[in-house]
Ligand binder design. Structure first.
Ligand SMILES: [Zn+2]
Length: 216
């Protein structure tokens, strides 16, 4: 589960904002981007692709996961086909300005199988879901708490390659053991802004979340 865009892009219209869409409230999130690759937010299947650059939503991709229906609007290009099985993080297409409402990505999510005519209550506040899964790595945590959080959230994060303090200074601890890491963290003393784990099979999605937060 991840954002459709690799980095945390500026939100131009939030979920529920009054005055947008068929229900008088915005049914998803708008991100102010021009031409950015969209990634599948979850494993799923492409249910529909609509190439209609001059109509309301422009070029559209509809994707279904085990729990949700996702839609991506105003795309410049579509890189998937109806019925295609996609993996989380797989490229789906590129954002654009089709529908002529200004360059942005509109991403909306509703409970799987909910028809559009049904209630607004079935839309899903995807951005909040993602946020709730991110690790709180802001102010006030000691280095030790930081490290414990890493292990708690990602039990297999056995090796850490880099620690950055709250001024962004990086301390390289390549190929360190947990013990070495603990020593390094202790030495760093201050409150590290983030801990970057080595990228591997099991740490990849967690690593991506860290990168998203880093870039805010
Ligand atoms: Zn929108």
């Amino acid at each position: 589960m991840r954002r459709a865009l690799d980095t945390y892009k500026p939100i131009t219209t939030v979920h529920g904002q009054v005055g947008y869409g068929y229900f008088g409230k915005h049914a998803g999130y708008d991100y102010g981007v021009v031409h950015i690759t969209i990634k599948a937010p979850e494993d799923g299947v492409i249910m529909n692709v609509k190439k209609s650059p001059d109509t309301d939503g422009g070029n559209i991709i509809e994707m279904q996961s085990s729990k949700y229906d996702h839609r991506f609007l105003h795309l410049k290009s579509i890189g998937v086909k109806i019925g295609q099985v996609v993996k989380e993080g797989q490229n789906l297409g590129v954002t654009g300005n089709t529908g002529n409402v200004g360059y942005h990505l509109h991403h909306d999510t509703r409970i799987k199988g909910t028809a559009w005519k049904d209630s607004y209550a079935n839309y899903v506040d995807w951005e909040s879901i993602i946020k709730s899964k991110e690790i709180d790595m802001y102010k006030g945590r000691s280095a030790k708490q930081w490290y414990e959080k890493v292990v708690q959230v990602h039990g297999q994060a056995k090796r850490v390659t880099k620690i950055a303090d709250d001024r962004g200074r990086a301390l390289e601890v390549a190929n360190s053991s947990i013990k070495t890491l603990q020593d390094q963290v202790k030495k760093l003393g201050a409150k590290p802004k983030a801990v970057v784990v080595e990228v591997g099979e099991t740490t990849r999605s967690w690593f991506e979340k860290l990168i998203n937060i880093f870039r805010r």
